[in-house]
Design a protein around this ligand. Structure first.
Ligand SMILES: Nc1ncnc2c1ncn2[C@@H]1O[C@H](COP(=O)(O)OP(=O)(O)O)[C@@H](O)[C@H]1O
Ligand SMILES: O=C(CO)[C@@H](O)[C@H](O)COP(=O)(O)O
Length: 485
């Protein structure tokens, strides 16, 4: 059996997988995000650890874990977790959706003019390197004590094993990795006042980094098993649904919205804020477009409209009036990465009349998030990478109405697979299983999940939505001068 642990933004999930890949048990412990200032987003790493420990104890209470052979880790990407030389956490971790370091991004790109070639990416505030530059500028006393910089899941690894290690897919999201060469970039580290000594050791996602501490192994009722490198949550989510070959893609409808496409070489489109990262297996890469607030806009709107829950909001949207002019919603509740790279972008309702009630607002929100996702898909395709299949994953994909709407708006066929909502924890467990079977072909351990339904775009609705998407983009462009950037 194999364990996968996913340190998500909203909670830590632990799953138990058997050799035939049946999910025997799973448990999630919730986490909250602290937003002490506008644009800031932080969590206390100690809360991650306590939630992971509680999730493992809950799993042990439900299942016999004595036959576990390996454990894989995944989690929210880009978070800056700073330790001093006594391995004490120096400040709350600065998360992936924190927008405070926009100025430092510009400074870093000026200091390292080759940064886009080295990393394949535009420097964006969610990434780790500009956050360290912000700490150096605003909290110099803390910066002077930084001994190790860890990504969220690798902080859990350190607590579990005492080793400092990471995997290539998560390391790529720091902006200190030479993504084509799969090695740290001394040039980028130096520009941030850091060196390789501050970094964890690099591994491929299916490699073993270390062994579970014996005291934890007995606390969790399992042998002191190998801990596998794993991957950033999107790369692990892709491994979970069986995506590791060029041509395969997925659209993930979680807190963030991610369009992820596998490539067998290093490609990039930094100007449009497309992310170019290593995948979680050797010699594979991926591109992704990241929308900072996707399904989380639905949670917000369910409360704001009084409709109550996300399923109720989606039902209302499906039944909204079609005989009136549509209302528009810009879904930038926490700024945006792809395609705008604008931490100051905000949510907007536009085009309201007396005809619009909660159901029409609900529809505007679901359509607005879908327009944003379709924009992200288009700019990723500008790299020339054209996937031949796209799988829907994440909590939002539970809605059949939203699945069809996304097909109509994007103009692409979208596949829904059984088990796709398990998410990155499944990929982490599959990477753990791969580490125990080094001679088995990847295709045997990473089959695509069974297809449940395919959603084809309706030609007429797609045409009408193309028109509306032009208006959606115009609203953003016209309003941008009113924001700070
Ligand atoms: N029945 C449902 N239909 C559509 N969306 C849903 C449903 N239930 C939950 N969601 C959405 O799923 C999101 C959570 O998805 P998940 O993939 O678990 O997110 P994350 O891992 O990013 O925290 C919530 O923000 C919520 O809007
Ligand atoms: O920043 C990114 C990817 O670049 C996010 O995808 C985070 O990795 C976390 O997302 P959730 O899984 O919590 O939505």
């Amino acid at each position: 059996m194999y364990i996968g642990i996913d340190l998500g933004t909203s909670g830590v999930k632990a799953i138990l997988l058997d050799e035939q890949q049946h999910i025997l048990g799973s448990h999630t412990e919730s986490l909250t995000v602290s937003r002490p200032h506008p644009l800031w987003s932080e969590q206390d790493p100690e809360h991650w650890w306590q939630a992971a420990d509680r999730a493992m104890l809950a799993l042990k209470a439900k299942q016999d874990l004595s036959s576990v052979r390996a454990l894989g880790l995944t989690g929210q990407m880009h978070g800056a977790t700073l330790l001093d030389n006594k391995q004490q956490v120096l400040r709350p971790a600065i998360l992936w959706n924190d927008g405070r370091s926009f100025a430092q991004c510009r400074t870093l790109e000026t200091a390292v003019p080759r940064s886009r070639q080295i990393t394949g990416n535009l420097m964006m505030p969610g990434f780790t390197a500009p956050k360290l530059c912000w700490v150096a500028e605003h909290e110099p006393e803390i910066f002077s004590r930084v001994d190790k910089v860890l990504l969220p899941k690798d902080y859990l690894r350190w607590r579990m094993t005492g080793e400092f290690a990471t995997d290539m897919s998560d390391a790529a999201g720091t902006m200190w990795l030479d993504v084509g060469r799969r090695d740290w970039s001394d040039e980028l580290l130096d520009a941030c006042g850091l060196n390789r000594g501050h970094m964890p050791q690099l591994f491929e996602g299916n490699q073993i980094t270390s062994t579970l501490r014996p005291d934890l192994a007995s606390r969790w009722g399992m042998p002191p098993v190998p801990v596998v490198a794993g991957g950033g949550d999107n790369a692990a989510g892709a491994i979970g649904v069986g995506l590791y070959r060029q041509g395969q893609a997925m659209l993930s409808l979680g807190t963030s919205g991610v369009y992820f496409a596998v490539s067998d070489g290093f490609l990039s489109n930094p100007e449009k804020a497309v992310h170019s990262f290593c995948h979680a297996l050797p010699n594979t890469w991926h591109l992704m477009s990241v929308m900072l607030s996707a399904a989380s806009c639905l949670d917000w709107a369910a409360k704001a409209t009084g409709l109550g829950s996300v399923p109720a909001l989606l039902d209302a949207a499906a039944g909204s009036r079609a005989d009136i002019s549509p209302a528009f919603f810009l879904p930038y509740l926490s700024g945006e990465r792809t395609p705008h790279n604008n931490p100051n972008a905000t949510g907007v309702f536009w085009g309201l009349t007396h005809d619009h009630g909660p159901a029409e607002l609900a529809r505007a929100v679901v359509e607005g998030v879908s327009f944003g996702l379709a924009d992200g898909m288009d700019v990723l395709h500008e790299t020339g990478l054209r996937p031949d299949s796209i799988t829907l994953i994440g909590g939002g994909a539970r809605s059949a109405y939203w699945r069809q709407l996304l097909a109509d708006i994007s103009g692409h066929q979208l596949d829904y697979r059984t088990g796709g909502d398990v998410g990155p924890a499944l990929g982490a467990a599959r990477l753990a299983q791969l580490s125990c079977h080094p001679d088995t072909p990847w295709s045997e351990i990473l089959p695509p999940l069974p297809l449940e339904a395919s959603y084809r775009p309706d030609k007429n609705r797609h045409g009408a939505y193309l028109e509306q998407r032009r208006t959606f983009r115009q609203i953003y462009l016209q309003l941008t001068p009113l924001t700070d950037v």
